[in-house]
Ligand binder design. Structure first.
Ligand code: NAP
Length: 287
């Protein structure tokens, strides 16, 4: 990679420890399209987000991604917020123009593309159970409701965090139900559900378990885990053993990135190149 004074820079702000495969994905895309662009990762403390954004603008960066917790903090630091990012309550993609900064959220659309690609599933008319009400859970639940899900269930350890999601979904046509993230509560509703999504961080560590047994799942169900490392969480193993169709979060990471790429560059994202770069960065695949 050659970087000079004419190179266009986009970046990702993350804190406090950032392990992201996004630079590999975006830089492979720029190279494949022969663009003199580079994607760089910056560690930014949350209390410095506003000044770092100002610095990015002064230095001529044209765009940014944000990781947790910047995604929520950015809502107060930008000139314009896309209506969907506002509803979802988080910004993961920023466009920096001369006179203004604009925030978008591509996680929700990335998720919908992912389940379409992995399961050939359209959310319209489906019943979806989202486990988790953090940034990812909220984005997925609200996007499913906006896309016409018949019913959205959200289960979370901290019930109060479901309230803003319930408020947002109340303005859509979807039914909504909140529940505790316990086996008892989940087993009462899971048989009604077409798609189960894990958007908690349970599964990131070896041996992590949500405690859901194979008896809760059936072959007509789809189970998506937003976690992509490890490639197969305990939830996916259990659901697969019951015959459910399963997929991990790599496809969501890919499609949120592809959408961000298109917002910054106004060019079609080279998906195959980006997927290969992600797989190499995350799993060490050489194919
Ligand atoms: P976040 O805002 O910090 O939310 C974390 C969520 O996990 C909350 O619902 C939290 O519940 C729950 N949680 C954490 N520890 C738990 C435990 N021990 N037991 C039960 N629940 C627990 O983080 P986030 O950004 O939403 O990320 C959540 C997950 O989504 C992560 O695994 C992340 O890797 C994944 N993700 C994937 C993609 C992708 O592109 N594939 C994109 C974004 C995120 P409380 O509210 O009770 O704390």
């Amino acid at each position: 990679m050659h970087i000079d004074g004419l190179t266009t820079i986009v970046g990702v702000f993350g804190a406090p420890i950032m392990h992201t495969a996004s630079p590999a994905m975006h830089n492979a895309a720029f190279e494949a399209l022969g663009m003199n662009w580079v994607y760089l990762a910056f560690h930014v403390d949350p209390q410095h987000l506003r000044t770092a954004l100002q610095g990015a603008r002064e230095m001529g960066l044209v765009g940014l991604n944000l990781t947790v917790p910047h995604k929520i903090l950015a809502l107060d630091c930008l000139d314009e917020i896309d209506p969907e990012a506002r509803k979802v309550g988080a910004v993961n993609t920023i466009v920096i123009e001369k006179d203004k900064t604009r925030g978008f959220n591509t996680d929700g659309s990335g998720f919908l593309k992912a389940v379409k690609e992995d399961f050939n599933l359209s959310i319209k008319g489906k019943r979806v159970l989202v486990l988790g009400a953090g940034g990812a859970g909220r984005g997925i639940a609200v996007k499913c409701a906006l896309d016409g899900a018949a019913k959205v269930f959200v289960a979370n350890r901290t019930l109060a965090k479901i309230e803003p999601i319930a408020r947002e979904i109340a303005s859509t046509k979807s039914e909504f139900q909140s529940l505790a993230l316990t086996v008892d509560a989940i087993q009462k509703v899971i048989h009604e559900v077409d798609l189960v999504v894990n958007a908690t961080s349970v599964g990131l560590k070896e041996g992590d378990s949500l405690g859901l047994g194979a008896e809760l799942f059936s072959p007509r169900q789809h189970v998506y885990d937003t976690i992509y490392r490890p490639a197969e969480t305990q939830l996916l193993q259990v659901a697969e053993s019951a015959g459910a169709k399963v997929a991990n979060g790599l496809s969501m990471l890919l499609h949120q990135g592809a959408r961000a790429f298109e917002i910054w560059t106004k060019r079609k994202a080279p998906l195959a190149v980006m997927r290969r770069a992600l797989r190499a960065a995350i799993y060490g695949d050489k194919s």
